[in-house]
Design a binder for this molecule. Structure first.
Ligand SMILES: CC(C)(COP(=O)(O)OP(=O)(O)OC[C@H]1O[C@@H](n2cnc3c(N)ncnc32)[C@H](O)[C@@H]1OP(=O)(O)O)[C@@H](O)C(=O)NCCC(=O)NCCS
Length: 259
């Protein structure tokens, strides 16, 4: 019995892997988090992948653009295919899996928060537990494949409100799952994993996911020392925030995803 893939399946799987491996950062000012792939592939196969929601083919006034985006599902499928055929991904993707937090990881996340932030800024354990329970789809974790433990995470809640306020940190009832905006509440990377681009990868993956869901904007507050870091991630500095969290001065940073 022959267990070979059909010609069509071979083209489809190889094309998806190639789109994934050769994707490159979109350098447009407001969408650095996106990764585009060029479209030199069979058009029928591309339409099939669009139908399966594995890719997005943007359309301009004169028809389809020359590039495409992989959806989260498309990225996952490509990663699974690479693993199945024993092919390597980029080092960061080999080392970490990015996915929604699991309920049993809430305690770990609470510990990481205490390691990453001073006591006046850190979110308490009960608040982290509430967020994990109420909004796991907005709690993205990076898992070290070798240890199976969390290396870092980014969490937030959704709302129709446009401006950040400190109650988002403490009142989980403000989370509205289909809210048009996301308020980010914490970006944490354990010291042993810092300086390798993990925070940026977590942030970009988070923004891609929320862009795909059609959210309008993502907002966060940060200390002045982090303004440059978030600006490089595509955020705009909206000035001094009304937040007084931990008795410090914060800056409002905003990232528009969909107009
Ligand atoms: C800030 C933090 C998340 C960065 O994690 P990381 O994985 O080391 O960051 P990355 O390697 O992805 O770096 C991304 C960019 O941010 C910059 N950056 C990293 N840590 C920084 C810091 N502490 N201060 C200012 N900029 C920083 C890097 O220089 C890098 O810039 P580049 O694009 O020019 O290379 C991590 O140090 C941390 O958890 N700190 C404690 C919690 C915290 O401060 N979170 C942010 C709260 S607003």
């Amino acid at each position: 019995m022959c267990d070979k893939k059909s010609y069509e399946q071979a083209i489809e799987e190889l094309s998806l892997m190639l789109m994934y491996l050769t994707r490159t950062q979109d350098h447009s000012e407001f969408c650095r988090y996106r990764e585009l792939s060029w479209k030199g592939y069979d058009f029928e196969m591309l339409d099939k992948l669009s139908g399966e929601e594995l890719i997005i083919q943007p359309r301009g006034r004169r028809g389809y653009d020359k590039y495409l985006y992989l959806t989260e599902e498309g990225r996952r499928k490509a990663q699974n295919l690479l693993a199945k055929y024993g092919l390597c991904d980029k080092a960061l993707n080999e080392r970490f899996v990015l996915r929604n937090i699991l309920p049993e990881e809430a305690e770990q996340a609470a510990q990481i928060e205490q390691i990453c932030f001073p006591p006046n800024e850190a979110c308490s354990k009960p608040r982290i537990m509430e967020r994990v329970a109420a909004a796991p789809e907005l709690f993205l974790v990076a898992v070290d494949q070798e240890t199976g433990k969390l290396a870092g995470f980014l969490n937030g809640i959704a709302t129709d409100e446009a401006v950040f306020r400190d109650e988002f940190f403490t009142d989980i009832k403000l989370h509205k799952p289909d809210g048009k905006n996301v308020m980010l509440l914490g970006l944490d990377v354990l010291p042993a994993y810092r300086g390798q681009g993990l925070a940026r990868e977590i942030m970009f993956q988070y923004l891609r996911r929320e862009w795909e869901k059609g959210r309008r904007k993502v907002a966060l507050t940060c200390l002045q020392s982090k303004v440059k870091m978030y600006t490089k991630m595509g955020y705009q500095n909206a000035g001094i925030s009304q937040s007084t969290w931990g008795g410090e001065q914060w800056y409002d940073m905003v990232h528009v995803l969909n107009i």
